[in-house]
Design a protein around this ligand. Structure first.
Ligand SMILES: *Cc1c(COP(=O)(O)O)cnc(C)c1O
Length: 430
């Protein structure tokens, strides 16, 4: 976070951390902590970088909601021209709620329910990415019941082994639960072509997340292109889209983010040869660097030779460190001069509740604020109420202005769905 405002949206101005033109200290005072703060300029910058990379061929960018589905961010991305990529009925609801036209929404996911597929068909989305033969048959049946023809794309498992930083974010390897095994795709495509209420409009893959190398995309795209050619040989010529998924990495620490110019020169020619429209489903790349989590230090303590900073945010607000072993930059709101090696932990009753281990950090004291960087993707979206903690507020900064885009939860939200006087049903057989 020592970088310029232009690359990250976050920088120190007169000793205090800022998001664009707004002091994060000001936001912490006004809104309280913990609070997620997003930089609109960073989101615009990342989106425009992708647009620029893809400008030479027909393409659509479908932002993946699961990275961050806050309405204001969705509206911002929609205003930039993005479509939406959803993986649940809930995300479809959010996308439509944020004003995406149904025809700008695609729907993926390995376990869509009948209800979710029906909702997608009723809304009239662009297409569903189907992940199995059984799902294609279910889509056909539900479309037939509605007297419509459903656009379907097949998610191919390209069976490419990755070097992503954590096993949980690899999705396109042989034996993973996602997609249709590579050698079964032609069979499922031929079946789809025969079904009366399904139109096969595309092929799709998603390799994994936080990828920094371009080669897996090249290999995967070549594999998809070879299936397109094979299908054409078999007389299937309905395809319109080649969806190469998301996964572009961002910088959290010292990683090299993917070289977009290289991406364009290596991947796009293969797509162009197919004559199909390219679709990308970026999540992390668009929002990852655009968010910071501001937290207040509650206590300092020492235990077993270790120094702890106990913050008012932990795994409930930001799960990535404990779930993926992920690294997030942490800095003091105001520098203290002295630096200590500390574990930054949260208040949750779990030893796995930490934000950073053995980290050099300014010698922050109770009451000080810390700023956890690059939390725009898979941050708030993975927040939970474990320990009956309240999910934090979210704030969007745009230049010199800021707005609360999601209120902090209140205690009443925790108990809202509970049934105070359960209505017992006698299910006895006699
Ligand atoms: C999660 C996901 C994405 C987005 O991945 P990022 O790494 O955030 O870009 C895209 N497509 C599918 C199918 C996904 O599951």
């Amino acid at each position: 976070m020592g970088q310029s405002v232009l690359t990250t949206g976050f920088a120190r101005v007169d000793g205090v951390m800022h998001c664009e033109g707004v002091s994060l200290e000001r936001i912490a005072h006004d809104v309280g902590t913990p609070v997620y703060v997003y930089s609109a300029a960073t989101i615009r910058d990342r989106y425009e970088r992708l647009e620029k990379m893809l400008v030479s061929i027909p393409h659509r960018i479908h932002y993946t909601l699961k990275a961050n589905s806050s309405r204001a961010l969705l509206e911002l991305l929609r205003s930039l021209g993005a479509g939406a990529d959803v993986v649940s009925g809930g995300e479809l609801h959010r996308a439509l709620n944020a004003g995406f036209a149904p025809a700008d929404v695609i729907f993926g996911g390995v376990g869509k329910t009948e209800r979710e597929i029906a909702e997608a068909l009723d809304a009239g989305i662009l297409f569903l990415n189907a992940e199995s033969e059984a799902e294609v048959r279910m889509i056909d049946r539900l479309a037939a019941a509605r007297g419509i023809v459903a656009n379907v794309s097949l998610r191919v498992n390209p069976e490419i082994t990755l070097d992503a930083p954590h096993d949980y974010i690899k999705t396109g390897g042989r034996g993973h639960k996602f997609g249709i095994p590579y050698d079964e795709v032609v069979h499922v495509a031929e079946l789809s072509a025969k079904l009366a209420n399904v139109k096969l409009v595309g092929l799709d893959m998603h390799l994994g997340s936080q990828l920094s190398r371009i080669d897996p995309y090249r290999e995967g795209t070549e594999r998809l292109a070879s299936i397109v050619a094979e299908l054409a040989r078999r007389g299937i010529r309905t395809l319109e889209y080649l969806d190469i998924g998301g996964g572009l990495g961002v910088r959290y620490d010292t990683e090299e983010p993917p070289d977009l110019r290289r991406f364009a020169s290596i991947v796009l020619p293969t797509v162009a040869e197919t004559g199909l429209m390219l679709i990308m489903e970026p999540g992390r790349f668009v929002v990852g660097n655009a968010g910071a989590l501001v937290s207040q230090v509650l206590y300092r303590k020492r235990s077993g030779g270790k120094e702890y900073v106990v913050a008012d945010a932990g795994m409930t607000e930001l799960l990535r460190p404990s779930h993926y072993g992920a690294f997030h930059n942490i800095v003091a709101m105001r520098q203290r001069g002295d630096v200590r090696t500390v574990d930054v932990v949260g208040p949750v009753c779990e030893s796995g509740d930490f934000l950073a281990l053995n980290r050099d950090l300014d010698d922050v004291q109770p009451g000080d604020y810390i700023v956890i960087g690059d939390v725009g993707a898979y941050g708030y979206a993975m927040a939970s109420n474990y320990n009956s903690r309240l999910r934090p507020a979210e704030v969007l900064v745009d230049g010199e202005r800021y707005a609360i885009i999601a209120a902090r939860e209140e205690y009443a939200d925790l108990t809202r769905l509970e049934v105070a006087r359960p209505d017992w049903i006698d299910a006895g057989e006699l």
